[in-house]
Write a protein that binds this ligand. Structure first.
Ligand code: GSH
Length: 204
């Protein structure tokens, strides 16, 4: 299997951690892939993902799976099912819903990053940036006061540690460590795992 890969992407990191935790990483070739707003990567769009986003997983038979959660779910199935995403019942919908909120936090941070770091400075829209950042912050507030920080590892927790790592990578002065002490302790605990440590984004 080939995984379209970018070292700073929180979505790719999620998939990579899941593959390591499920014992599948040796079956996966990481393929460095450059994607960014306004930079056309026609070959990738044509052959892999027309949306020009990473990650995407190309199976040995050529089938492509896009979107990080789908890829984690595919790995979970390969590993027997129910390992990182509960197979049924209330626990399944809880993890899926938490994951969606965490994904939304990451999406909001990424939009802030594109607005402040990629968009031409003269076009920067402050109110829009602040609104996206507020969504991310409200999301983190929700998880500071939830049981996500204390459960055995699942897909929502993996997503959360990737989001926190992305905040450190792109918004090092945002103050989340102080504002959210339970998330800070969770992050430190997760970083003791090899999968989480070795997949950390490069230094900004
Ligand atoms: N919902 C997608 C989001 C993937 C995504 O936004 N990836 C970013 C990398 S961090 C990307 O490819 N950005 C390139 C672009 O939007 O041009 C997933 O979970 O896989």
């Amino acid at each position: 299997m080939k995984l379209a890969f970018s070292p700073g992407s929180p979505y790719v990191r999620k998939v990579r951690i899941a593959a390591i935790e499920l014992g599948l990483i040796d079956k996966i070739e990481l393929v460095p892939t450059t994607v960014a707003p306004t930079q056309r990567n026609e070959a990738y769009a044509h052959d892999v993902n027309p949306l020009r986003k990473v990650p995407a997983l190309t199976l040995d038979n050529g089938q492509v799976i896009v979107d990080s959660f789908n890829i984690v779910e595919y790995f979970d199935d390969l590993a027997g099912g129910g390992k990182l995403i509960p197979s049924s019942g209330a626990a399944r919908w809880k993890v899926k819903t938490e994951h969606s909120i965490i994904q939304g936090i990451t999406d909001a941070m990424l939009l802030c990053r594109y607005e402040s770091g990629v968009r031409p400075k003269e076009l920067f829209w402050r109110d829009w940036y602040d609104d996206q950042w507020d969504r991310a912050w409200q999301g983190l507030t929700r998880f500071e006061n939830s049981d996500i920080t204390t459960r055995p590892m699942d897909a929502a927790q993996i997503a959360l540690v990737c989001t926190l790592g992305y905040a450190d990578f792109r918004f090092p002065d945002c103050g989340w460590h102080k504002a959210f002490p339970k998330l800070d302790a969770f992050n430190k605990r997760m970083l003791q795992r090899e999968s989480v440590k070795i997949s950390s984004p490069p230094q900004a």
